[in-house]
Each structure stands twice: as C-alpha cells, then as structure tokens.
Design a protein around this ligand. Structure first.
Ligand code: PLP
Length: 391
C-alpha cells in the first residue's frame, strides 16, 4: 500500500520553511473588500484589475448568454461545441488585439499548452526568459523542443543565444509580457527586432498586460505599437477581463493551424456560454472608454510612491503589480498574517512561485479601490513594517 505519510512529511517541511500555501475561502464576491472567516478585509490579492469580476454589465451578459445558449458547451470545439457566440467573441477579440484572427481556449494556462507544442517540436529550439510563467515553462517542456533560457529581460543575452543556437528546423522566442510576480515589462520592441534579424518566431503571453497596458487596455502589443509584428499573442480572460478563459491572437494561418493541431482545443470542451457572453461584454466596456484603466494606473502610482516614501522595497515594477520585497519566506508569511489580523488581505508569495530567497507580499492594485482604501492599506503596512523591523 502507498505510504501517504511520505507526502504528509513533505508538507510538514513546507510548513516549517514558511512555504506551505494556506488557502483562504472567500464568503463574498470579488471586490475591493471581501468577507473571509466572517471578517471584512481589504482585498490586495486578486487579479481583478478593473473590478469587472462582479460588474453588473458582465453579469447581465452572462445571464443573457445562459438564457440564449444554456450553461454548457456540450462538446469539444471540433465536434459539436462551436457556437456562433464563440466565433463572435473571436472576431471581437482579434479586433481588440489588432490581430487578423483569434481563437478562444479554456484558460490562459491552456493557451500555452495549446500553442507551444503545436508550433515547435523535437527538431526545434525555444528561447525562454528565465522568469517566464509556469504555464509557458510547461508548454515548452511538453513540446520536446530544446529549451534555451536567457537572462531575465536581457536582450543582449538573448541575441548571444540566438547567434549560438542555430541548428534547428524552427526557433521560437517566448516571453511573458508583464511578469506576474515583479510587474516588470518585457522589451517586446527589441525582442521583435531580434526575431526579425535572426528569423525566429516571437510569442508573448499578455496575461497581465491586457486591460492594463496600451490604449484602452489593448495590451502589450498595442503599447509598443507592434500590431502585426508579433507572431503569437496569447492571454487570459481571467485577470483584467474579470471572467475566465484564454485566447490566442495572430494571423489567419496560425489560427487555422491551431484549430487542427492544438490538443486543448481538440480534446477539452469549449468555453461555456456565460463565460463567453461576459468576455464579449468586457471587450465592449474597454472599447467604450478607458476610465477604468486610468483609475487603475492612478491608484497604482499613488500606492507605489507612498510605499517607497515609507521605506519599503517595492522592486522594479513598471505596472500596478507591486511586490513588497521581504526576501525571507518566514518574515513574509508573518507579515501577511499580521496584515490579515488588521483587516488587509495580501498574500505572501514564496518558492516555487518566485525564486528561493525572494519572498514577498504581492500587492495587486485595482481600479475598484478608493483612495481611502489605499490609505488604510498604507497605514497597516507601516504598522506591521515597523513591528517586524522591515522599515
Ligand atoms: C503569464 C501568465 N500566463 C498564464 C496564466 C494563466 O492564466 P489562467 O488563469 O487564465 O489560466 C497566468 C496566471 O497566473 C499568468 O500570469
């Protein structure tokens, strides 16, 4: 019989090292404030950048989609699961992203599993930023291609590696757009130049860029004015869009090919009608005006500056993601616990989500926060920071 104690002692070790993840259960919908364990706490953790997860317009669209289409897709896309609703969302997403075509997929995680192994295989090389998201790493591993990691954001290193590793059928450069744990931005303009110079495909994962970067939150490709120049643009509907689901955007050949080859598209059921209905409403909200995107950035600038003034190390984020660097996993866990006791929910993040010795509280600012909310958070950070002698 399998000895489950082995797994229990592994988890005990995680607890001893401050690396065990305690999962909090929400007793209220997503928003600036949450109810957890019967207690009202300020939410500084979720990816609900624009506050759309509980937005009346998206909820109405989801309910209408249920009324019209039902709750489930009934099949994978290639058999009987493609609704005209999916195709409408794909057209509107492509238009929003400035691409020829787009394909919906169940999640951002799946988008990486769908694209990377379809495009590259054993005969190929992948050039991957060393801090790329786990879903990119897994997609790369699944492909069987040789993976060459380049230094984080270091285009010189990328160029050296492109010069060195040439003997492949196909070469793919892949990067996060906005790095989810540090909030820094990939130098996509320079990466595209290198892709053109060395004849390599370029793929970006815009999970934390859409709804955040570029005009009306169109994402990193628009931010750098690179429409039509990035071969593969993938992303998620689960962060700023406030829903769930993923997409791939690119030229019509890429999308047609993926619909033949991408295994999560072929072998996992289609996104559900309410999700797709809500995604369409989210695109409409963003296209209509940039008020929420502006509020998000105002809030982020205000909070980051105030944290720096208090003496916190907030890393080198260029976006609303604000890592409060504590380095030591135990200090970070303790910090998060004390914040929670004082009414602020801000999770500690440690290894393996970030490298060992780089533990932090990752603050996620949202357009749904008021200035009073942010001042309350700053007050609690100051108190706990002094208490734990971090500032
Ligand atoms: C860069 C990146 N890619 C993909 C994902 C996964 O997205 P989803 O939650 O839609 O699966 C995330 C979410 O954490 C992410 O940060």
């Amino acid at each position: 019989m399998f000895d489950w104690k082995v797994l229990e002692s592994e988890m005990d070790e995680l607890k001893e090292n401050g690396l065990y993840t305690y999962i909090r259960t929400l007793e209220s919908p997503q928003g600036a404030w949450l109810k957890i364990n019967g207690k009202k706490v300020l939410n500084l953790c979720s990816n609900n950048y624009l506050g759309l997860a509980n937005d009346a317009r998206l909820k109405k669209a989801a309910v209408e989609a249920v009324e019209k289409w039902g709750v489930g897709p009934g099949a994978v896309r290639t058999i009987a699961g493609t609704l005209s609703l999916h195709e409408q969302a794909e057209r509107e997403l492509a238009n929003f992203k400035g691409a020829e075509a787009a394909m919906l997929i169940q999640s951002g995680f799946n988008a990486n599993q769908a694209v990377i192994p379809s495009i590259v295989g054993k005969e190929d090389f992948i050039f991957s930023d060393e801090l790329n998201h786990a879903s990119i790493i897994d997609g790369c591993r699944l492909s069987g291609a040789k993976i060459i990691r380049w230094g984080h954001l270091d285009v010189k290193d990328l160029e050296e590696k492109l010069k060195t590793y040439t003997d492949a059928r196909r070469r793919l450069i892949v990067t996060d757009g906005v790095f989810s744990m540090d909030g820094d931005v990939a130098p996509l303009d320079k990466i595209v130049e290198l892709g053109e110079k060395y004849n390599a495909l370029v793929m970006v994962d815009d999970a934390h860029g859409e709804g955040v970067l570029g005009p009306n939150g169109r994402g990193i490709v628009s931010h750098f004015k690179l429409e039509g120049k990035v071969d593969i643009d993938i992303g998620t509907m689960s962060k700023a869009f406030g829903v769930v689901g993923g997409y791939v955007a690119g030229n019509t050949t890429l999308i047609e090919y993926l619909k033949q080859k991408a295994r999560p598209f072929l072998f996992s059921s289609a996104p559900t009608p309410p999700d797709v209905g809500a995604v369409l409403a989210a695109v409409k909200v963003l296209e209509e005006n940039d008020e929420l995107v502006k509020r998000l950035w105002d809030n982020a600038d205000y909070f980051k500056q105030a944290m720096k003034d208090l003496g916190f190390d907030v890393g080198h984020s260029q976006t609303p993601i604000t890592p409060v660097m504590l380095y030591d996993a135990k200090v970070s866990t303790e910090f998060s616990k004390k914040l929670f006791e004082s009414g602020v929910f801000a999770q500690s993040i440690g290894y393996p989500t970030v490298p060992k010795g780089k533990a932090r509280i990752r603050v996620m600012i949202s357009a749904s926060h008021s200035k009073e909310d942010l001042d309350f958070a700053l007050e609690q950070f100051k108190r706990v920071g002094k208490d734990l002698k971090v500032i």
